[in-house]
Design a protein around this ligand. Structure first.
Ligand code: KIV
Ligand code: ZN
Length: 513
């Protein structure tokens, strides 16, 4: 029988460290449940000592998830380990993941510690974590640039101290596949007690090699891969879960192991991450991009019609793309609506939410006759239950755009419950609407990114707008969807402002300071 390849998802921790990708506790919970449904083995839910919000989110995930192991990150200090253990207390299966840097540059310049001190800290941290759980993981941070002799020394020591998973991170994305694979092989060969631990890798994508490096490690003995949905993560991101899992599954002729993931949940998880973070998935992204299974060239289309395998190495359905994507329409009933959402893994908490969702579905179906899964996902992502604490609500707008005239917008918002109206002129209708909103809220934010994606095909498609704002140095994303892309732009802008000013984000509205 083949070995199992353990999938350790760190979207909620490393993924969330991506600028602008911060998630609320409820968003983390929603994603954790989706990862559990996909049968991810380990969910790294956060870094509990980092902030009270992180602590609460890890605790909430530990309470809610029963089938996957829930992991919390900790540096080697006692307070980090104790804090992670406390947050993980409710978990049915918990793992503490502790780390310390081992490259010369990090030890000298960042930690200002000698190698002996680093080993001592690592061993003590593992021993302390073992007081709380048998399931302890150790990472020598920046292993990709660490001396192999020192890596072997510290790894032997932490395994002796009780670490049962040893993760080799390429923290700065410096590794090259054949060399990284060789490093993993040598470590496993040279560390005398390596048989007592599972070896793992955690690769960053600075050179676009995170997936290739992870796979090279798997071919050389690693049996856990740390990865994120859509490759979200620090800087250029982490290895993309969907690419690792499908490479291993598709090339079983080469890999001596396989995952136990339910791959049909991949597209759903990808959309959820994109909706929550506001980071769109590029159309040509492997596995989860809109074009990943689309054949444009006539010769390819002809081949696929004759025999799918001529140009397809995977089945779209196996990663969760629907063959029949038209799901509902204007005449669909409440039950069909509820059933389809359930199939997509989206459930309402109570009848009231279902009724409200169904009302919005009918409104959308009036504007757009064919409702696709993507529309339903966007509808739920914009659900008012996620907006309960929003201080700004979009009520209506009027936009005049005429050839030869300067576009003009009038926007009505509810700000802290009070109805306010503003107007502005702009370079285009979107610019006019954003300026009208800005005139009312005075956020003084700077727009770093504005992008529009059509959620489905056709000119009646909903437009999904993503904005990224810089507010006093804090990067905030917002998203909004509507059949009218000007309204979607207004919603996205307001969504970003609400995220920045939510009580959870701990920032005050500028008009209050
Ligand atoms: O990239 C890294 O080194 C990490 C560690 C904490 C595992 O994220
Ligand atoms: Zn990382």
């Amino acid at each position: 029988m083949k070995d199992k390849l353990i999938i350790f998802d760190t979207t909620l921790r490393d993924g969330e460290q991506s600028p602008g990708a911060s998630m609320t506790r409820d968003e983390k919970l929603k994603l954790a449940k989706a990862l559990e449904k996909m049968k991810v083995d380990i969910i790294e839910a956060g870094f509990p000592i980092a902030s009270p919000g992180d602590f609460e989110a890890v605790k909430a995930v530990a309470e809610a998830v029963t089938d996957s192991t829930v992991c919390g990150l900790a540096r080697t200090s006692d307070k980090d380990i104790d804090c992670a253990a406390e947050a993980l207390k409710p978990a049915r299966s918990a793992r503490i993941h502790t780390f310390i840097a081992t490259s010369s540059i990090h030890m000298e310049k960042k930690l200002r510690m000698t190698p002996d001190e680093v080993v001592d800290h690592a061993v003590k941290a593992v021993q302390r974590a073992r007081r709380y759980t048998d399931n302890v993981e150790f990472s020598p941070e920046d292993a990709g640039r660490s001396e192999i002799d020192f890596l072997c020394r510290i790894i032997e020591a932490v395994i002796k101290a009780g670490a049962r998973t040893v993760n080799i991170p390429d923290t700065v994305g410096y590794a090259i596949p054949h060399l990284f694979g060789e490093t993993i092989r040598q470590i496993i060969e040279r560390v005398p007690n390596s048989d007592q631990a599972v070896f793992s890798v955690h690769c960053h994508n600075d050179l676009g090699l995170a997936v290739a490096n992870s796979l090279a490690a798997v071919l050389n003995g690693a049996r856990q891969v740390e990865c994120t949905i859509n490759g979200l993560g620090e800087r250029a991101g982490n290895a993309a879960l969907e690419e690792i899992v499908m490479a291993v599954r598709t090339r079983q002729d080469t890999f001596p192991c396989d995952t136990t993931l339910d791959t049909t949940e991949i597209v759903h998880c990808s959309r959820l991450v994109s909706n929550i973070t506001g980071f769109p998935v590029q159309p040509n992204k492997a596995i989860v991009g809109a074009n990943a299974f689309a054949h444009e060239a006539g010769i390819h289309q002809d081949g696929v019609i004759k025999s799918r395998e001529t140009y397809e190495i995977m089945r779209a359905q196996d990663v969760g793309w629907q063959t029949n994507r038209l799901v509902l329409g204007k005449h669909s009933g409440r039950n069909a609506f509820k059933t389809r959402l359930k199939e997509l893994g989206l459930e309402f908490r109570n009848e009231e939410e279902l009724n409200e969702g169904f009302k919005r579905f009918k409104e959308l179906a009036d504007k757009k006759h064919e409702i696709f899964d993507e529309d339903l996902q966007a509808l739920i992502a914009d659900s008012p239950r996620d907006q309960e604490q929003d201080r700004i609500r979009f009520l209506s707008m009027k936009v005049v755009s005429e050839t030869g005239e300067v576009p003009h917008a009038i926007v009505t918002l509810a700000i802290d419950g009070e109805e306010r109206q503003g107007s502005a002129r702009g370079d285009g209708p979107v610019d006019a609407v954003i300026k009208a909103i800005e005139g009312l809220v005075e956020s003084k934010s700077r727009m770093l990114l504005y992008s529009v994606n059509s959620i489905t095909g056709g000119t009646d498609s909903q437009g999904e707008v993503t904005v990224r704002l810089d507010m006093d140095g804090q990067v905030i994303n917002g998203r909004g969807a509507d059949t009218d892309i000007i309204a979607a732009s207004a919603r996205a802008y307001i969504n970003a402002l609400n995220r920045a000013w939510s009580p959870k984000a701990g920032r005050a509205h500028p008009q209050q300071v």
